[in-house]
Design a protein around this ligand. Structure first.
Ligand SMILES: NC(=O)c1ccc[n+]([C@@H]2O[C@H](COP(=O)([O-])OP(=O)(O)OC[C@H]3O[C@@H](n4cnc5c(N)ncnc54)[C@H](OP(=O)(O)O)[C@@H]3O)[C@@H](O)[C@H]2O)c1
Length: 504
């Protein structure tokens, strides 16, 4: 098969310099399901540096390097998007190592320092290290202090040290600020990469390309032409054994505060002066600064009760494993947001997310205003809907535009039709996993797709009135049947503005 020289050149640009990656919590769910399979796929794509080592750390004895390799092979066989083959696995596995140790034990960091020094000598990792904290947030300060005390966080003129932290970045504004302060005890902001895997999705990154690489959309991307925006993150699954985690998070903290507000910042931001990480993050941050704190009256919470979903009977949230029998945690949330700036003033942004909805879909729908005057008869235009531009984040990643067209006949009859772009057919390939993209970005030191501290704190500020009001007043969520599109109160929320939710 002929090699595409352009693709090869692209690969050369992307291969990062040598480094070691340390995964704290290397046997955990995220490490085995996402991180190690992503690294294996980067290896297959020849995108891992030649000087590379992966060191897992955790308190359970994995059976040394060999035991860890066997455990990770089983995980990759279950979760890698490309099959594991013997030859490729052997090459990848040689870079995997295991350290058994507790995160609050100084001996763990001494063992790590020795292993990093050996990786430098044996595998040529050049003194560069990235630490991935794939652990519960309570362990972040413990590990950061351990690394700081052992002198493992300090960079030199020629080497980097970076730290990757997983959401949740706190559980409210105060705890998020405290968490940031604790990570800053050993690392400067430029060394910190906060992972929000939505930002690694091609379809989210493409929002910027779509808006700023094309001349025709930006002139209409404002309150003069846009009636409102709807952002939907719908899941058909329930809490899938993560009930205990979900009881502490709920839909607001699990999805809205991070993924949805980050996607909103891509849609709402002003054009950056360049595609430099700080320039892009400045503009995304400013969009969130302009967002008005949400009013509790503009929010509907829901919780699913038993119903039919995914073709079978689904039990209620309160019957899920790890969930309290009287739990009032929301599995659905709908809200109306306003952005106070010249581009968006008085243009509502509606967000909704939920579990056990009829299908899995994440999309941004830009709903344009109706034409000011329609020169056709009412009968001709009866089936005409306003233009909608839909950015499909997942699945079927792509973009579609709905517009009116004449139905072929001898008279004027108008119907709304779709113009569609799909990634897989346009580029004959499906997008890489978000974790592959983001891990590569961290190795290359590119922070564009990672929320900065200011953006994280702004997003907590936006939802803070809700957290306060729920704490003060309580008040249970509305119930909705599993397999439905959420509580009726959510329809009433948009109907108040004479609008309705799209059916994605
Ligand atoms: N899993 C996901 O899909 C997902 C998605 C988004 C974000 N996240 C975030 O990613 C992080 C990791 O999640 P996870 O689901 O992978 O958690 P997990 O399965 O509990 O993994 C954490 C690992 O760290 C080990 N560990 C915990 N405390 C330790 C200590 N003091 N000393 C040594 N080892 C210790 C645990 O060992 P034991 O097994 O012995 O407890 C476990 O192997 C969390 O912050 C989570 O919120 C996860």
């Amino acid at each position: 098969m002929a090699v595409n020289p352009l693709r090869d050149e692209l690969r050369m640009h992307r291969v990062p310099g040598p480094c070691a990656m340390v995964i704290f919590g290397g046997q955990g769910d995220l490490a085995g399901r996402k991180l190690v399979p992503a690294l294996y796929n980067l290896y297959l794509r020849r995108l891992l540096p030649t000087g590379f080592a992966l060191i897992g750390i955790g308190r359970r004895d994995a059976g040394g390097d060999e035991g860890y390799r066997a455990e990770m092979r089983a995980r990759c066989e279950s979760f890698s998007r490309t099959p594991v083959t013997e030859v490729e696995w052997q090459g990848f596995a040689a870079m995997l190592h295991w350290i058994t140790g507790n995160f609050d034990d100084a001996a763990t960091y001494a063992a790590l320092a020795a292993r990093l020094a050996a990786a430098d000598t044996d595998l040529g990792t050049a003194g560069n290290v990235l630490y991935y904290l794939s652990v519960p947030p309570s362990q972040f300060p413990v590990i950061v202090d351990g690394l700081g005390d052992a002198g493992l966080a300090a960079e030199t003129d020629r080497t980097f040290r970076r730290v990757v932290i997983e959401k949740p970045f706190g559980s409210d504004l105060a705890s998020s600020a405290a968490l940031n302060a604790s990570v800053h005890r050993a690392f400067a902001e430029r060394q910190i990469f906060r992972i929000d895997h939505y930002l690694g999705k091609e379809s989210v990154q493409n929002i910027l390309v779509f808006r700023f690489a094309n001349g025709i959309f930006e002139p209409v991307w404002n309150r003069n032409f846009i009636d409102h925006v709807q952002i939907t993150v719908a899941e058909s699954i329930g809490v899938e054994g993560r009930g205990r985690f979900y009881e502490e998070a709920g839909a607001l903290r699990d999805i809205v505060q991070n993924h949805m507000l980050q996607v909103l910042s891509f849609v709402a931001m002003e054009p950056p002066a360049s595609f430099d990480a700080e320039a892009v993050r400045d503009e995304r941050g400013k969009a969130l600064v302009s967002c008005r704190p949400v009013r509790p009256a503009d929010v509907v919470r829901g919780q699913y009760v038993a119903g039919h979903a995914d073709g079978r009977l689904a039990r209620s949230y309160r019957e899920e494993e790890g969930v309290g029998a009287h739990s009032d945690v929301e599995t659905y949330i709908a809200m109306r947001l306003l952005i106070d700036n010249w581009r968006w003033a008085d243009t509502p942004i509606y967000l909704r997310t939920g579990k056990r909805l009829p299908k899995r879909v994440t999309e941004v729908a830009i709903q344009f205003k109706r034409v000011p005057h329609l020169p056709f008869s009412y009968a001709a235009a009866e089936q005409l809907e306003p233009n909608v531009l839909v950015l499909r984040i997942q699945p079927n990643e792509g973009i579609s535009l709905r517009f009116g067209a004449k139905v072929p006949s001898e008279r004027i009859q108008i119907r709304t039709v779709n113009m569609d772009f799909q990634y897989d057919t346009a580029f004959s390939s499906s997008p890489a996993e978000a974790y592959e993209t983001l891990l590569l970005d961290v190795m290359r030191g590119d922070g564009t797709n990672f929320p900065r501290q200011d953006a994280v704190e702004e997003s907590w500020r936006i939802i803070e009135p809700l957290l306060d009001s729920w704490q003060l007043q309580g008040g249970g969520p509305h119930h909705y049947e599993a397999g439905s599109w959420g509580p009726e109160a959510a329809d009433e929320l948009v109907a108040r503005d004479r609008r309705r939710w799209r059916r994605p």
